[in-house]
Design a protein around this ligand. Structure first.
Ligand code: PEP
Ligand code: CO
Length: 458
C-alpha cells in the first residue's frame, strides 16, 4: 500500500505558492469538511484516462487539453461551461476527422481555480495589495478585503467543480456531444472567410460519412457520447490533500477532485511538497516544464513521479515559448526517452508567449502560438518521437484577448472584449484555427493502420 504524507509534513517542506491564511482554525475546519465530501471523480475513471494516455504515449492517440487559465465562480454558468465544451469538442472533431487519430479530451475545467503568481503583490496607482491568486484563494477586485485569502473559498471550489462536472457529464453523455448534431455547435459563427468555411465543409463531410455508416448498419453509441476528463493544476496543498482518498478497491491514494492533476512550472521542485504529494497518487500526472528546466532536472522529476515506468502515467507539458522551443526541447526529450520511459509529450504554446502591450494588456500573439506548435512538431519529427498533444488556454466566447488569427485582431482591439481573470485565452475562431493547423501537421505523420485502435474506446 502507498502511504499518503500527512498534510503537516507537506507544509513543513515550505511549499511554494501557498496563500498566507490568517485564520488557521477556520482553514483546519474547512479542510476537515472537505475530507468528508463525496468524490467528484472515480478512481476507475482515472484508470481509464491513464489507459488512453498510454495510447497517446505510444503514438496511437492525440491529447487535447484546454480551458480557462483561471476558472471563476461567476463563470459557473451553463452558457460559459457549454461554450468551452463546445469549442473543445469542435476542435476534437477537427483533429479526429482531419488527422484520423483518436483524441483524448481533457478540460482545464472543474477545478482550475487557483493560480501561481510571479509576484506576491500588485500595485495600482501607488496602492499595493496581495496579488489575485484565483477564486480559490481571494477575489479579483482590487480592494484589501477582496484580496485577503479566505479559506471558505476552498469549499466554494469544491461546489463549483461539482456543478461544472455535473453539467459536463450531462452534456457529453446526454446528447449534446452527438456527432450528428455537430454542425449546430457553431452555427452562430460570424460568417467570415477561413475557419468557419473550413469547419462547415468538414461537418458536411462528416455528415456524409455518418450517413454511410448508418446505412451500413453501424449505429454505434460512440457517435453519441464522448469521454471527457477534468484536469487542473494541483497547487493548493490543503485542498488537494483533503480531496485525496484511499481507494478501497486497490488500497491506493487517488485525488478525487480531478482525473488528471499537473504540477506547475513554479512548483516542480524535486524535494518540494507538490512532488511529494503527487508522486503518491494513482491518477495520471502532468508536469509543466518551462525554458529554465534542464534535462537532468526533468529526468530526476520523471523518476520521482513515474518510478514504475508506467505508460500513460506521466504527461510532460512543455511551455518553452516560440523562440526557445527548438533550442530547449530536444535535449529534454532525448534525456527522458533514453531512460526508456513512454511519457506523453504535450505542447503548451501559451505560457511561454505572453507579453504586455503598450496599453497594459497582457496578451499573446496567435502567430507565436502557432510558431511554438510548429517548432514542437518539427522537434519531434527530427527525433522520431510522437507529438502527443496540445494544452491550450481558450474560451467558447468571442473574446479579444490574443492578437492575430483569423479575425486579425490587433492590439487596439483588445479592449473591446478582454474578460480573462488571468492569462489571455484564444477565442473560439482562434481555437478552431489552431485545431486545423495541428490537424494539418498530424495528418502528415505516419499513423498506425486503421483497425489497431479497438483496444481502448475513445
Ligand atoms: C498555467 O497553466 O496557467 C500556468 C500557470 O502554467 P505554468 O505553470 O506553465 O507557468
Ligand atoms: Co495561464
Amino acid at each position: 500500500m502507498t502511504t499518503l504524507p500527512p498534510l503537516s509534513s507537506l507544509h513543513a517542506l515550505g511549499p511554494a505558492q501557498q496563500p498566507a491564511y490568517e485564520d488557521k482554525e477556520r482553514l483546519a475546519d474547512v479542510v476537515e469538511k472537505l475530507r468528508r465530501l463525496p468524490p467528484l471523480v472515480f478512481a476507475g475513471e482515472c484508470d481509464d484516462l491513464r489507459l488512453k494516455l498510454a495510447e497517446a504515449a505510444a503514438g496511437r492517440a492525440f491529447i487535447l487539453q484546454g480551458g480557462d487559465c483561471a476558472e471563476t465562480f461567476d463563470g459557473v454558468t451553463a452558457a460559459s461551461i457549454g461554450g468551452r465544451l463546445r469549442v473543445l469538442l469542435s476542435m476534437a472533431v477537427v483533429l479526429t476527422y482531419a488527422a484520423q487519430v483518436p483524441v483524448v479530451k481533457i478540460g482545464r475545467m472543474a477545478g482550475q481555480f487557483a493560480k501561481p503568481r510571479s509576484s506576491m503583490t500588485e500595485t495600482r496607482d501607488g496602492l499595493t495589495l496581495p496579488a489575485y491568486r484565483g477564486d480559490a484563494v481571494n477575489g479579483l477586485e482590487f480592494t484589501l478585503q477582496a484580496r485577503q485569502p479566505d479559506p471558505d473559498r476552498l469549499l466554494r471550489v469544491y461546489n463549483a467543480s461539482a456543478a461544472t462536472l455535473n453539467l459536463v457529464r450531462a452534456f457529453t453523455k446526454g446528447g449534446f456531444a452527438d456527432l450528428r448534431s455537430m454542425h449546430s455547435w457553431n452555427n452562430d459563427f460570424v460568417r467570415q472567410a477561413g475557419v468557419s468555411v473550413r469547419y462547415e465543409q468538414l461537418t458536411a463531410e462528416i455528415d456524409r460519412a455518418l450517413a454511410f455508416m448508418m446505412a451500413c448498419g453501424v449505429g454505434d453509441q460512440s457517435f453519441k457520447t464522448v469521454d471527457f476528463y477534468a484536469s487542473h493544476e494541483a497547487l493548493l496543498l490543503d485542498y488537494e490533500h483533503a480531496l485525496t482518498r484511499i481507494d478501497s478497491r486497490t488500497d491506493t491514494p487517488y485525488n478525487v477532485g480531478g482525473h488528471l492533476l499537473w504540477i506547475g512550472d513554479r512548483t516542480r521542485q524535486l524535494s518540494g511538497a507538490h512532488v511529494a504529494l503527487l508522486r503518491q497518487l494513482r491518477n495520471p500526472i502532468g508536469l509543466k516544464v518551462g525554458p529554465s528546466a534542464d534535462p537532468g532536472e526533468v529526468v530526476d522529476l520523471v523518476e520521482a513521479l513515474d518510478p514504475t515506468r508506467e505508460p500513460g502515467r506521466l504527461t510532460i507539458i512543455a511551455r518553452m515559448g516560440a523562440k526557445q522551443v527548438r533550442a530547449k526541447l530536444p535535449a529534454i526529450i532525448e534525456s527522458v526517452e533514453s531512460s526508456g520511459r513512454q511519457v506523453c509529450w504535450v505542447c503548451d504554446p501559451m505560457h511561454g508567449n505572453t507579453f504586455a502591450t503598450s496599453t497594459g494588456y497582457k496578451t499573446r500573439s496567435f502567430t507565436d502560438v502557432t510558431a511554438e506548435v510548429a517548432g514542437f512538431f518539427d522537434v519531434h519529427a527530427n527525433l522520431g518521437t510522437w507529438p502527443a498533444g496540445i494544452h491550450v488556454e481558450l474560451t467558447g466566447d468571442d473574446v479579444t484577448e490574443c492578437v492575430g488569427g483569423v479575425g486579425e485582431l490587433r492590439e487596439e482591439d483588445l479592449a473591446s472584449r478582454y474578460e480573462t481573470a488571468c492569462d489571455p485565452r484564444l477565442n473560439r475562431a482562434q481555437s478552431l484555427e489552431l485545431a486545423f493547423m495541428v490537424a494539418d501537421r498530424l495528418s502528415t505523420l505516419e499513423r498506425p493502420a486503421i483497425g489497431s485502435y479497438d483496444v481502448v474506446d475513445f
